[in-house]
Write a protein that binds this ligand. Structure first.
Ligand code: XMP
Length: 517
């Protein structure tokens, strides 16, 4: 369908719109996208995105490498939904290796560390544990002090009337417990477990053991059924060539005691991450257009020619070109847009995100690298706007309230929250992230915080949050007649929004009812 010439002066493609607005840096709410003739139904849009030759996501969403956002649970949930999680580096290097291993060894649907009980415990102790830890299930594998499976404690006997009995008296003995050897799971463990449940009507649990009969995991029929149904879902999990979920890890431009780049330490650590199967390394700092970051990327590129590398953060074309020349495949764009960031206030620097993305994206196209829009995203509409100029978005705040984010749920005044803090906040820098903000690593020295500590309302599972976001992205693509993300970038036309237009964009002049979704 042809466009009308009347539209053209008002709704302009990026290469007209942003240069025409070059006197004022713009962010998400400053602009809106014009709709176009469409034959595309939102549900038919494709969201896969290429970040490096050997790094492809099925949805263009990445969770931030922040210590209140991404550890293994979040990375597993992100990859299971087709995205990517970047494990943060505010932890000892050895722990980061374990976090990556957890993601890479995760078998979707297999509970790898099931809650266990011992034969000597009383049923009363088990009831207390269920009550205290708010478990919604009551069946537990019974394991002796050597880790060997000795039976299964069925929910039927975990009752107050048996409270004084020992688990050993009430368990279903080992010989009657259905198990499968870990090595028999094959390439498709879910299909194997599904077959087992078909062949054993009435059995809802299948335990996984190794050759020495040590407990290695647990399948439940309800999980397997859910996953089998999800297989028909549009967005498949993001997996590597060996069918493992993909996982990223962040590193900093670590310096030694003399203030020089600690090449050896960086190489050893990244080498160990690669051995664990990491799919992408992000050299994450607040100022990516810097010698330390460039040198780190160069060192890694030389040592690991095939390893996808993300680097950042920058907000200029020169920064993108520099990091691309150093060997980065994808560049993080964003300085100060984050919901917990105070970089613009403290240091007086940073660029509103849409202008930063436009400038960066033009250099990225020339250098054939990808752009990741990092920070400031609070709603799915922001993601649609960001994706008109980038290959994927990185979100912190949106995921920090999820069950899968690190940290406990806190109740305040009847509402549930989780902690969320900037990696440049005092608290995070004390735990190790100071290098990211060019601050001294010694927490007793005076440092200038560039982030705050905050709370996010608890918001349920990553599956649920991503379903909402993806629905919004697909809807935006439908309005622009874009069947895939490349078409979204090609077709986008922008216009400025006045403060009155912004008010008009949100619900107004009504009393909003909570729908309880
Ligand atoms: P959102 O808006 O998704 O932003 O919560 C997450 C992104 O913010 C960056 N980040 C910081 N920026 N000071 C900053 O100026 C900080 O303390 C800080 N911590 C994180 C980071 O890019 C993240 O992905």
């Amino acid at each position: 369908m042809r466009n009308s010439g009347f539209d053209d002066p008002f709704y302009q493609p990026a290469d007209h719109f942003f240069p025409a607005n070059n006197k004022l840096a713009l962010t998400f709410d400053d602009i809106t996208l014009a709709t176009l003739f469409s034959e595309i139904l939102p549900r038919d849009t494709q969201l896969d995105t290429q970040l490096a030759e050997n790094l492809r996501l099925n949805i263009p969403v990445i969770s931030s490498d922040m210590d209140t956002v991404t550890e293994s649970r979040m990375a597993i949930a992100m990859a299971a939904n087709g995205g990517l999680g970047l494990i943060h580096y505010n932890m000892p290097e050895r722990q980061q290796l374990s976090e990556v291993s957890r993601v890479k060894n995760h078998v979707h649907g297999l509970i790898q560390e099931p809650i266990q009980v011992t034969p000597e415990q009383l049923i009363g102790d088990v009831l207390k544990m269920i009550e205290e830890r708010k478990f919604a299930f009551g069946t537990f594998p019974v394991v002796n002090e050597k880790g060997k499976l000795v039976g299964l404690l069925s929910g039927h006997v975990v009752k107050p009337r048996y409270a004084k009995r020992k688990v050993a008296e009430a368990l279903t003995p080992r010989a009657q417990v259905h198990t499968i050897r870990q090595k028999e799971l094959g390439k498709d463990p879910i299909a194997r477990a599904d077959k087992f449940f078909n062949e054993h009507p009435g059995i809802h649990k299948l335990l996984v053991v190794d050759d020495k009969d040590n407990l290695r995991g647990l399948f439940t029929m309800s999980d397997v059924e859910r996953i089998t149904q999800e297989r028909d879902a549009q967005f498949k999990p993001a997996r590597d060539a060996h069918f493992h979920l993909i996982c990223g890890a962040a590193v900093s431009a670590t310096r030694n005691a003399f203030g020089e780049l600690d090449r050896e330490r960086i190489l050893n650590h990244v080498g160990a991450l690669v051995e664990r199967g990491v799919d992408v390394i992000a050299v994450s700092t607040a100022h990516g257009y810097s010698k330390g970051v460039g040198d780190t990327v160069r060192v890694l590129r030389d040592a690991f020619p095939q390893l996808p590398l993300i680097a950042g953060n920058v907000t200029s074309a020169a920064g993108v070109e520099y990091l691309a020349d150093c060997g980065a495949n994808a560049i993080k764009v964003g300085q100060g847009p984050g919901s917990i960031c105070t970089t613009r206030i403290v240091a007086g620097v940073g660029i509103p995100q849409m202008t930063a993305l436009y400038v960066s994206s033009r250099a990225a196209a020339k250098k054939k690298v990808a752009i990741l829009a990092d920070g400031g995203i609070t709603k799915s509409g922001d993601i649609v706007k960001a994706l008109t100029l980038s290959q994927a978005v990185i979100c912190g705040g949106i995921f920090a309230g999820c069950n899968e984010a690190p940290g406990e749920v806190i109740e305040i005044g009847g509402k549930l929250y989780k902690q969320y803090r900037g990696m440049g906040s005092f608290a995070a820098m004390k735990t190790g992230s100071a290098a990211r903000y060019g601050q001294p690593a010694n927490p007793t020295q005076k440092v200038a915080a560039e982030g705050i500590e905050a709370l996010k309302e608890a918001c349920g599972s990553v599956d649920r949050v991503l379903a909402q976001l993806i629905g919004g992205i697909q809807s935006g693509m439908g309005y622009l007649g874009a069947a895939n993300l490349a078409q979204l970038r090609d077709k986008a036309r922008y216009t400025r929004v006045s403060p009155a237009g912004m008010r008009e964009a949100a619900p107004h002049d009504v009393v909003e009812l909570k729908t309880g979704n």
